[in-house]
Unconditional design. Structure first.
Length: 229
C-alpha cells in the first residue's frame, strides 16, 4: 500500500507519467469503474479456493469431482458474457454491471451459509448465480471503463483495468491467508479441524460479501452522468 501511494505521488508530478493521475482525479466514472473492478475481484477470486477445499474435505468429493462442480461458474460466465455485452449495448452498461455485482453479493451471502450438511445442488446453484453475476458485471464494466476516456488513453485504461484485476486477486488471497492463519493456526484440514475450517470459510466469505457491498456502492455511484455507460 505504501508503494502504491508512492507510485501515485510520483506519477502526479511526472510530466509524462505511465498512469495519468488526472484520469482518476477528474474522471469520476473512470475512477469508480476501476474501484468497482478492484472490489469485485477481491470479493470473488477467493471463492474457488475455499470451495475446492470444502468440496473435498467437507463433502468428501475427489479432486476430479470437485473440479467438475467448480467449473459451473466459468461455464456460466462464458455462455452469458456475449449476451451480457449485447445487453450493455441496449441498456446503460453501468446499471447492468451494478446488477451483476448485486448478484455476486447474493451468491457470496449464500456461500457464507454453507455447512457440512448443505446439499450439493445448493452449492451448484450458488456457483451458477456467481457465474451469472460475474458475466453481467465484467463485460459491461469494461465497456464503461473504455467508453469513459478519450481514444488516446485507451491503452492506459486497459492496463489499469488489468492492474485492478491483479490487485483484487492479491487482496482476496491476502484476506484468506490472514483469516486462515488466525483461525486455523497453521493446522491442516482434518475431521477434528473441520469446524474451524468452516468458521474460516464463513468469515472470509462474509468479508468478501462486505467488499462486494462497497463495490456495489462504487458501481452505483457512477450512474449519475452516464447514459450507455
Amino acid at each position: 500500500m505504501a508503494g502504491l501511494g508512492l507510485f501515485l505521488a510520483i506519477e502526479a508530478r511526472t510530466p509524462y507519467p505511465i498512469l495519468s493521475i488526472t484520469l482518476l482525479r477528474d474522471n469520476r466514472v473512470f475512477a469508480l469503474s476501476n474501484l468497482a473492478a478492484l472490489f469485485n475481484y477481491a470479493a470473488t477470486f477467493g471463492v474457488t479456493f475455499f470451495l475446492s477445499l470444502y468440496l473435498q474435505f467437507v463433502k468428501g468429493l475427489t479432486a476430479r469431482e470437485a473440479g467438475a462442480v467448480l467449473i459451473i461458474q466459468p461455464i456460466m460466465q462464458a455462455l452469458l458474457s456475449p449476451w451480457c455485452g449485447r445487453l450493455a449495448d441496449r441498456y446503460p452498461a453501468a446499471r447492468v454491471a451494478t446488477f451483476g455485482m448485486t448478484l455476486c453479493a447474493a451468491g457470496l451471502a449464500v456461500a457464507a451459509t454453507l455447512t457440512g450438511g448443505t446439499p450439493l445442488p445448493v452449492v451448484m446453484a450458488m456457483l451458477a448465480l456467481l457465474g451469472t453475476g460475474f458475466a453481467l458485471f465484467s463485460s459491461p464494466n469494461v465497456s464503461v471503463i473504455m467508453g469513459s476516456v478519450p481514444p488516446r488513453h485507451l491503452g492506459v485504461a486497459a492496463g489499469l483495468n488489468s492492474s485492478m484485476r491483479t490487485l483484487g486477486m492479491m487482496t482476496s488471497m491476502t484476506i484468506i491467508t490472514v483469516i486462515l492463519s488466525i483461525l486455523m493456526s497453521g493446522h491442516p484440514i482434518t475431521a477434528a479441524t473441520q469446524p474451524l475450517f468452516l468458521l474460516s470459510m464463513r468469515t472470509a466469505l462474509l468479508t468478501f460479501c462486505a467488499l462486494c457491498g462497497i463495490g456495489i456502492a462504487c458501481s452505483a455511484g457512477r450512474l449519475r452522468g452516464t447514459d450507455k455507460g
